[in-house]
Design a protein around this ligand. Structure first.
Ligand code: ADP
Length: 429
């Protein structure tokens, strides 16, 4: 891989799945995008890309730590030439009065030198809209939505001007829909007016998809913005429309074949994954692990590896820990929920590692936590986002991995159609 030229867009995401969602959105909007796991090393070699999304786990940690990590991500992105940095937060503004959105925004704004920053978690296509500064989740205000009972970040106020002001050192203003509807010049004028009064952040309303495009164009005149995948979409479209980035409808580098054996792992026990496993039984060898034996020790993972090694040179295989809800409940009552889940995740990571050492270059993983354990174990620093296998599940090409060229697909349990495993393998050559 060659070292990349200058980045057009740098993003800092406050959690991994939000980062994947944003990286996928940017790719679908025409930007060649890499998602990294944590802040990359200074010497990470990247292919030629337009955007990098640095995935942090900083949403619910102590605010000071979130600021430190976000600033080191920002430093890395700026060192790769990113003129604009998007701080990616949850579309439901998950945070408490202690942070972390306000403190991170304040620090990044100070670093960027911007007088005022645009803030909007709106993403109309997923039902997140903002009117008069109030965030709606579908038809209800945020504080009446299920987010009011979130275990870590319960949201009791739908007015984001107030929510952000409680977390931030700066005054927070509003750019309302009426102003936005008058177009970019009106938004710029309002921003100037607010900044002139010492207001350092502006929540901007957005109700329709097209609103994101206006916001994206205005944001590009600044060095920093804050929002969810919706503003990412607006910024990406503005970059393509303005000619700053040449749209890449297909990402040849991401999708180029790697060859070599293929394997699938399933640790999700969701209905969708159980159905996908049942369908895969018709097209590939499937090994069902014994969950009690996994919890008991390493022999079950070793058995799975021996089974796979006998087969992977002939055809892809699927190794499954997943079982039906009654069996999951029974296992959990015997071993405890966390202990059982953790033991199985680690066994799947052991199996993934052994498979890669045995030559597997194409790996499909079903299950969010299971995927996280596998990626951590394989020590993959980042992914170039490729073609979409199913909504929200792209082909990923490992970037900077010690094991060399590799394609992965990582899916949350409920994602994908009934033939997900064979759909994935068709695109992962
Ligand atoms: P999803 O995306 O469907 O939530 P995850 O991988 O995030 O899937 O979570 C599934 C959890 O269930 C993991 O902790 C995994 O180790 C655990 N698990 C997998 N198989 C079993 C099983 N047979 N019994 C109990 N827990 C299991």
């Amino acid at each position: 891989m060659t070292l990349a030229g200058k980045l057009s867009l740098g993003c800092i995401a406050d959690d991994y799945t939000g980062a994947s969602d944003l990286a996928n959105t940017l790719t679908r909007s025409g930007l060649r995008t890499v998602q990294t796991i944590g802040v990359p090393s200074d010497d990470l070699a990247l292919p030629e890309v337009d955007a990098v999304v640095v995935s942090l786990k900083s949403r619910s940690i102590e605010a000071g730590l979130a600021v430190t990590r976000s600033r080191s991500a920002e430093k890395w992105l700026r060192s790769r030439g990113a003129d604009h940095v998007l701080f990616k937060i949850c579309s439901t503004f998950d945070s408490t009065d202690a942070g972390n959105i306000g403190p991170v925004m304040d620090a990044l704004r100070a670093d960027s030198g911007d007088a005022i920053v645009l803030v909007t978690p709106a993403f109309p296509e997923t039902g997140r809209t903002i009117y008069q500064g109030n965030l709606f989740v579908g038809a209800v205000p945020l504080n009446e939505s299920p987010l009011k009972d979130h275990p870590l970040n319960p949201m009791h106020d739908s007015n984001l001007v107030r929510v952000l002001a409680r977390q931030s050192k700066t005054q927070v203003g509003l750019i309302d829909l009426a102003t936005l509807t008058r177009g970019e010049a009106a938004v710029r004028a309002r921003l100037k007016d607010l900044a002139g009064k010492g207001t350092g952040a502006a929540i901007i309303d957005a109700v329709f998809d097209r609103d994101l495009e206006t916001i994206g164009s205005v944001a590009l005149g600044h060095r920093l913005s804050v929002g969810a995948s919706g503003i990412g979409l607006g910024i990406a479209r503005a970059m393509v429309t303005s000619g700053k980035v040449k749209s890449s409808a297909t990402n040849a580098t991401a999708d180029a074949p790697v060859g070599g054996p293929a394997a699938c792992l399933a640790g999700s026990c969701s209905q969708a994954t159980l159905q996908q496993i049942a369908n895969a039984e018709k097209t590939m060898p499937v090994l069902h692990l014994d969950p009690d034996r996994i919890v008991a020790g390493p022999q079950e993972a070793q058995r799975a590896l021996a089974w796979a090694r006998d087969r992977i040179s002939d055809c892809p295989v699927l190794i499954v820990s997943s079982s039906a809800p009654d069996q999951v409940a029974a296992l959990q009552s015997r071993h405890g929920r966390d202990a059982a889940g953790h033991a199985i995740e680690q066994a799947m990571a052991d199996i993934a590692d052994g498979l890669v050492q045995s030559g597997v270059r194409r790996l499909v993983v079903a299950g969010g936590e299971t995927s996280g354990a596998v990626v951590d174990r394989l020590g993959i620093p980042g992914f170039l986002v490729g073609a979409e296998i199913a909504a929200g599940v792209p082909v990923l090409r490992a970037v900077g991995a010690k094991n060399g060229e590799m394609l992965l697909a990582l899916k949350s349990g409920n994602f994908g159609g009934p033939e997900f495993f064979s759909d994935a393998l068709k695109l992962m050559r």
